[in-house]
Design a protein around this ligand. Sequence first.
Ligand SMILES: Nc1nc2c(ncn2[C@@H]2O[C@H](COP(=O)(O)OP(=O)(O)O)[C@@H](O)[C@H]2O)c(=O)[nH]1
Ligand SMILES: [Mg+2]
Length: 441
Amino acid sequence: MNPRLTQAQQRELSSQLGKVSLQLLYKASVHGYTAAAFHQRCDNQGPTLSVGYNNTGYVFGGYTSISFNQSGAWGNDAKAFLFTFNGANVLKYQVTNPAHAVLMHGTNGPYFGNNLGLCVNSNAVVFSNPSQNYYNFNAAGMHGDNLQLVECEVYKVEECKLLEKPWRNIDWTSENKTKLLVQIQTYKPTISSVSQIRVLLIGPVGAGKSSFFNSIKSIFRGRVTNQAMAGSSGTSLTTQFRTYHVKAGKEGKPLPIILCDTMGLEETTGAGLNVDDISSILRGHITDRYQFNSAVPLQPEAQGYQKSPGLQDRIHCVAYVIEANKISIMPSKLEDKLTDIRSKINLVGIPQLVLLTKVDEACPAVTEDLTSVYHSLYIKNKLQEASQRLGVPLSCVVPVKNYSQELELDQSCDILLLSAVNQMLCFAEDYFDDKFSDLEV
Ligand SMILES: Nc1nc2c(ncn2[C@@H]2O[C@H](COP(=O)(O)OP(=O)(O)O)[C@@H](O)[C@H]2O)c(=O)[nH]1
Ligand SMILES: [Mg+2]
């Protein structure tokens, strides 16, 4: 589920509300244009922004600082306002009758004063009545008098509080970056038959798996590179199994880590990465450039199936890649798939961690300054939630910001990414210690 509001529109709206994060709770095209679907997702969620889109391109709606409910009563809210986009800018219409700011009706979607309703009577339509004096606005300016909705979204608005002291300590200096680079380059697995650690990246489409590899490669190249195809498409751009090697510098030695990129997980059965293929990947049966088929997992008799993989072909660490802003709204079918995958991985005892990506998009304070990532209470909550939903300890959840549109490297970004890689190496090491300590040293 992707927000229809652009990042720029989200920033513009957020700036009306101080330092806040927006998180998509409800999207009518996905959940239905019904009052029931809206209330199920949006009641008791605290402050929200409701946004309507019509087919003449107007983007408009309302903000309330109080929770939606279905009491049938008026909600009192002096902070409520209606808005519309005038080009890139927001035009705000402050509430003029705060005692009647929001009508909490079970048969309607968001309903502001007796002025503006979205998804009225469970239909994809707008109720608009500017003559009522609850908010002062002009219908032509707000939505061009077009009452047909092509989308309706509700965003939860969460304040981005900063803790005075970071809850994890990170050294953001260039010395630490150098130290991490050296640590990673000189790392040697304790098992002599394994020269490189294989890390499997698993996660939904668009979470940033390919970008993570690109980012790591960029750091070791010293400039931003884009080898793995990354992008913003609804379904997976990556349809092959790819094992990516990274060199330290253009002509340098290969790093002791191989990042294995998979097709994205999708919530629908039969789409995206097949859970059965994951077992084959874990055991090293699937090789580079294998073309995934969502409907049919790779069979042992098929061409390309590696029959007797060695320890070096297996996966030594799994990283779930999840977008910070999507963790709370993860569809239950996707969560079920992940639970299924986790139990398969637990069976073989492979260590797992979570890469929480796009922290830069999740919290405005972090957008401004990445080094505030461990000061942000919002990010901390997301990390805790990821830990709970994916069943891994909090210490195994790390935030990252991948390179996405930047042209130049950034030291803080590098340090966060390198810390994640370092963690992967440590985890793989624990795995060897635990499983193979008596095998060969
Ligand atoms: N702002 C931001 N964008 C990111 C980040 N990681 C990935 N992206 C963007 O998200 C989109 C999907 O990323 P991609 O790596 O293709 O996801 P994949 O499907 O998991 O491989 C791309 O447009 C990336 O540029 C991040 O940490 N921050
Ligand atoms: Mg990809």
